[in-house]
Design a protein around this ligand. Structure first.
Ligand code: GLC
Length: 661
């Protein structure tokens, strides 16, 4: 692309683009501008200077487009030609802290072979932009969005890594903390220095009058760290809105300048080669008096503006919503009504994650089945991100209504789950810890690694081989379900090796107050090296996962666009998930108890799964009559033999070294 040498005005570099490149931009503006303006008007339409703000957003999009490297423009083209790329059954995400996984960004590149071995196509590196010094909420208190944490590398290193990952079939995902900045961010410093334009970037009040009004209906996210949602700063004599920690200042999106700044950052990061942005804490982006100030319609409008604007400047970019909220509040982040396919492409299915753990504790899947049945389907162009564990605590997102429908008390069940997973419930297998007990609501969230919560820590400590076996099976069962559900499954670093809780955070003064660090261990490469020994513990888990992932890749019916319907199996210990679409049918059965369980044949016939069925996980053929028995914690992915293409069937059998029956 030819560029002029003279000092550019804003439009100069754009004018210097090839005419075709300019036409492409203008065409996208024609296509998507109304998708920008509709939500934008809802947000700021009352303002006299609305048109000016809208124009300034377009100018940002133009600048971002102009600066987009040629290689990424090609990526945009490829993504538009294959818009379901993140919905395919070969997608697999991996989530890791750069330092804990590989020291720094350069180190990550050295472990690409490991990621390829797992079949990873999407790598989420946990917060890596320049954080505030000292405690920084695991990097979620960002002081500079245009710089990388120097301990991990530079922005150039990030761009280099993104390109190298892409060359190896892996898309890079990073966090964009868009609800708040660190109080050390330049905008906050200017606000503290008395600049009214920057004070308007945040929500600050001269006294307690308005904060007190808000507090009447606001929950507390970190009641242990910081009670209340506001913090007083003497230097400015103001109460600042701080939903999370004191040092994380909520941004004021009622000010369109904030939205513009954030969009500029989005494009800046996309232009480094970041392909997926995890938009952090999006539920909190808009405040409204008399409400919990979460999931407000305007928060959705902001996301729709981001989405439509990025379609214009960087259409290859995928937006992922991190909204850890209850089922009815969650679905809209994937776009609903007129915003169908016009909000985030991805959102965390925290509800499914919670229900998986709930089912394990109860050995019963009624709540999971009913709660999933109560969730409406998602738009065709969107996908769930499914996961078993992440870096955060588990909050029991079970509604009272869903619980009541299966005869449970919501509060009682949530309390039971906290007891069970903190290790206090008699007979529990789990080793976890309570995170943020709130005595006002009796809410208790849970920390702990997947393996420890699933019983491995206790089993190894008591040197109990039978319990160890069961714990491994639980780990496999949960992963099996996130692989079959549809969407992008995320493997959380170390879970593929069964890493246990790591209590070393207690020795670090910056981390010791936050027990979420117990499930953020450093990668244990020595343990990873054991994965090739099939009989070792990491070997069993790692290779078990590879087998499931292999089956997933070979099953087109698991594409995210295929419906995922929770079905009653007539055995309340066995979860049934029907994946049904023109791509084919799969009935996943998953036994949530340690004992063998049978799904009656008549029930299978009712669902048109009668006769000879192929388990796509093992290649085994099972007969539906008189019933199908699953071993403790066993799962099957069944398709009627007659519905499998003969060549595919042969391949399944061969891969399993089976001759069929
Ligand atoms: C998100 C992050 C969490 C962080 C919070 C505040 O929920 O996942 O780790 O504490 O946002 O940024």
């Amino acid at each position: 692309m030819a560029r002029r040498q003279s000092t550019p005005t804003i439009d100069d570099p754009f004018d210097a683009l090839e005419p075709l490149e300019r036409d492409i931009f203008h065409t996208r503006v024609e296509l998507y501008w109304h998708d920008v303006v509709r939500p934008l008007r809802r947000l700021y339409g009352e303002r006299a200077d609305f048109d000016q703000w809208a124009k300034s957003l377009l100018a940002i999009a133009k600048r971002g487009y102009t600066r987009r490297p040629a290689e990424l423009r090609l990526l945009d083209l490829r993504r538009q030609g294959e818009p379901d790329w993140f919905q395919k059954p070969d997608m697999l995400g991996y989530v890791a802290y750069t330092d804990r996984f590989a020291g720094n960004l350069a180190g990550v590149a050295e472990h690409i072979a490991y990621l390829n071995e797992l079949g990873v196509t999407y790598l989420h590196l946990m917060p890596l932009l320049q954080p505030r010094p000292g405690s920084n909420d695991g990097g979620y208190a960002v002081a500079d969005y245009r710089a990388v944490n120097p301990a991990l590398g530079t922005m150039a290193d990030l761009a280099r890594l993104a390109a190298e990952l892409r060359a190896n079939g892996i898309s890079l995902c990073i966090d964009l903390v868009c609800n708040h900045t660190a109080k050390e961010h330049e905008w906050a410093r200017k606000a503290v220095n008395g600049d009214p334009a920057y004070q308007d970037y945040y929500l600050m009040y001269p006294d307690r009058t308005i904060p007190d009004e808000y507090e009447k209906t606001l929950p507390e996210v970190f009641p242990d760290f910081k009670p209340g949602n506001f913090t007083y700063y003497e230097a400015i004599d103001r109460w600042v809105w701080t939903t999370f920690n004191e040092y994380q200042w909520d941004l004021n999106y009622a000010n369109p300048a904030v939205l513009g700044e954030m969009f500029e950052i989005i494009l800046y990061l996309a232009n480094q080669g970041v392909e997926i942005l995890r938009l952090d804490a999006v539920a909190f982006m808009w405040k409204r008096l008399g409400t919990d100030s979460q999931n407000q319609p305007e928060a959705h409008d902001i996301l729709q503006v981001f989405r439509a604007l990025s379609r214009i400047a960087a259409p290859g970019l995928v937006l992922k919503a991190e909204a850890i909220v209850s089922p009815p509040k969650l679905i809209p982040y994937l776009g609903r009504g007129e915003a169908t396919n016009k909000e985030c492409e991805l959102a965390y299915h925290n509800v499914f994650m919670v229900l998986l753990w709930s089912g394990l504790a109860e050995r019963r899947v009624t709540l999971m089945t009913r709660a999933l049945q109560n969730m409406p389907p998602i738009p065709s162009g969107a996908s769930w991100v499914t996961y078993v564990r992440c870096h955060d605590d588990i909050g029991w997102a079970v509604t009272d209504e869903d619980a009541a429908e299966v005869g449970l008390s919501g509060a009682g069940h949530r309390a039971f789950l906290s007891e069970f997973y903190s290790g206090r419930f008699a007979g529990t297998f789990a080793r976890g810890a309570t995170f943020q007990y709130n005595p006002r609501t009796n809410d208790r969230r849970i920390s702990g690694s997947c393996a420890s919560l699933a019983g491995l820590e206790q089993a190894l400590e008591t040197k109990d081989p039978a319990a160890t076996e069961l714990a491994i099976r639980r780990v496999m069962l949960l992963h099996n379900l996130i692989f079959v559900f549809g969407g992008t499954p995320l493997l959380y670093m170390g879970d593929e090796l069964g890493l246990l809780n790591d209590m070393s955070f207690q020795d670090n003064p910056d981390l010791m107050d936050d027990n979420r660090w117990m499930h953020r261990p450093a990668m244990n490469w020595a343990r990873a090296a054991e994965r090739h020994d099939w009989w070792s513990l990491p070997g069993r888990i790692f290779n078990g996962m590879l087998r499931m992932l292999d089956a997933r890749r070979r099953t087109p019916a698991l594409h995210a666009q295929a419906g995922a319907f929770a079905v009653w199996t007539h055995n309340e210990a066995v979860f049934g998930l029907l994946r049904d679409s023109p791509r084919g049918r799969v009935l996943a059965l998953a036994n949530f108890s340690e004992r063998p369980q049978t799904v009656p044949g008549y029930r299978l016939h009712e669902m048109f799964f009668g006769g000879r069925l192929v388990d796509r996980l093992t290649g085994r053929i099972v007969e539906s009559a008189p019933g199908i028995t699953l071993e403790g914690y066993e799962a099957m992915w069944l398709t009627p033999e007659t519905e499998i293409d003969p060549a595919a069937l042969e391949a399944i059998k061969k891969m399993r070294g089976e001759t069929g029956q």
